[in-house]
Design a protein around this ligand. Structure first.
Ligand code: DP6
Length: 381
């Protein structure tokens, strides 16, 4: 008999950023963070986990990632699998009638519905799907918050992808990390009008990985101390309030300020780390122009450890936000405009020539998406 479970898991994009580890081994952060889960219609990982006494033990555990055999021996993946097995073994010890799944080799098959190369938080969705799929296979009773502690050890941001909607990762203060986990601040349905426009910006070369970048920042940046002691705690409090009150102006200001603060600590790292490029900065100028023309804040930019821009806006402001970028990108061969109606958007705040040229020359693809739901069991593929 082969036991099997499948799940999908979403991508999340932080509006208060995780940047810095206080314990690299347990993957414990120096600050709390908060993210918006994005719709799985556009971005998700689908993972099937299976195990059987008939799988040859000599084969060991295996992972097929987007169709290619992938290394499973990394410390982070191993930490997740070890913990999941231990929890299954505890259930088996308590109930001897249960099949001993914890002793069988595991086969994991994982696929993204978006190109990995786009640099879109695929590790967050990937580890969340891995943990959720194996937890389902093992019929673990742990809550998503409990499981988030396991996913956190795969990749910090992955702990937030176990929930839909608006999600906080509480840093915790225990040394063993047992209080460093994610919880849901609000469901997607609480503020369903939230949209995200992702401008995929091609980078000349691959930048510093977030794991190594944040460790360099912790070790060398003076500004970073200010960020973790004052800036982030304030941003977390204002952000949670803004979400509770569905106050987009407040949400947007904190989102932009926090992204700026994070990238400032990168510039203050020695030697400095630069994730944004000229195209990213042009996207910031464009958002500023849109907000200025609208006479209120209708769009908020944020950038992770790469040049892609994620722009949050509310559905009612689609014309001002999407229309402007659509017009700036006209003529460029871009995929991703969600539907033909975009082409009918008249609006388009006209952008400064240089800003428009940078965007047109540097954006290779757009993704229009929205706030979405958390992991869900699914038919295997
Ligand atoms: C800038 O979660 O990729 O996207 O824990 O080392 O795997 P590891 O780091 P990772 O870092 C994400 C950093 C960020 C901000 C965020 O998502 O909060």
């Amino acid at each position: 008999k082969v036991y099997r479970a499948s799940t999908t898991a979403p991508v999340n994009i932080a509006v208060v950023k995780y940047w810095g580890k206080r314990d690299a081994k347990l993957n414990l952060p120096t600050n709390s963070s908060l993210s918006v889960t994005l719709s799985q219609d556009d971005l998700r990982t689908l993972t099937t986990a299976s195990c059987s006494a008939s799988f040859p033990a000599s084969e060991g555990d295996s992972l097929l990632l987007n169709g290619s055999p992938s290394d499973i021996s990394g410390a982070r993946t191993q930490a997740c699998l070890r913990e999941l097995r231990a929890r299954r073994a505890a259930l088996e010890a308590a109930d001897p009638s249960l099949p001993k799944l914890s002793t069988y080799p595991l086969r994991l098959v994982s696929e993204n519905n978006f190109p990995t190369a786009a640099g879109l938080a695929s590790s967050a969705a990937g580890f969340a799907a891995l943990v959720r799929a194996v937890a389902n296979l093992y019929e673990l009773k742990d809550t998503p918050s409990e499981l988030s502690k396991i996913a956190r050890q795969g990749s910090g941001s992955a702990c937030r992808s176990l929930f839909g909607g608006y999600v906080a990762w509480r840093m915790g203060d225990k040394e063993d990390g047992t209080d460093s986990m994610a919880d849901q601040v609000a469901e997607a349905a609480h503020w369903p009008e939230m949209r995200a426009l992702i401008l995929v910006v091609s980078a000349a070369k691959k930048g510093v990985s977030s794991s190594s970048g944040m460790q360099q920042t912790v070790a060398t940046s003076g500004l970073f101390q200010q960020r973790i002691t004052t800036v982030v705690p304030e941003n977390m409090a204002i952000m949670e309030n803004a979400i509770a009150e569905r106050d987009f102006e407040k949400f947007a200001e904190v989102t932009m300020r926090d992204s700026n603060s994070f990238h400032a600590t990168c510039a203050d790292t020695y030697p400095p780390i630069f994730y944004m490029n000229d195209v990213s900065r042009a996207a910031i100028r464009a958002v500023e122009a849109i907000n200025e023309k609208a006479g209120r804040t209708v769009a908020a930019y944020t950038f992770d450890a790469g040049p892609n821009a994620v722009i949050y806006y509310l559905e009612k402001d689609t014309e001002a936000v999407v229309g402007t970028f659509y017009h700036a990108l006209q003529g460029a061969d871009i995929t991703g405009w969600k539907n033909e109606s975009i082409k009918e958007l008249k609006c388009g705040i006209s952008l400064d020539e240089n800003v428009a040229a940078l965007i047109k020359g540097g954006v290779s693809r757009v993704i229009m998406t929205s706030v979405g739901e958390g992991p869900a069991p699914t038919e295997e593929f």
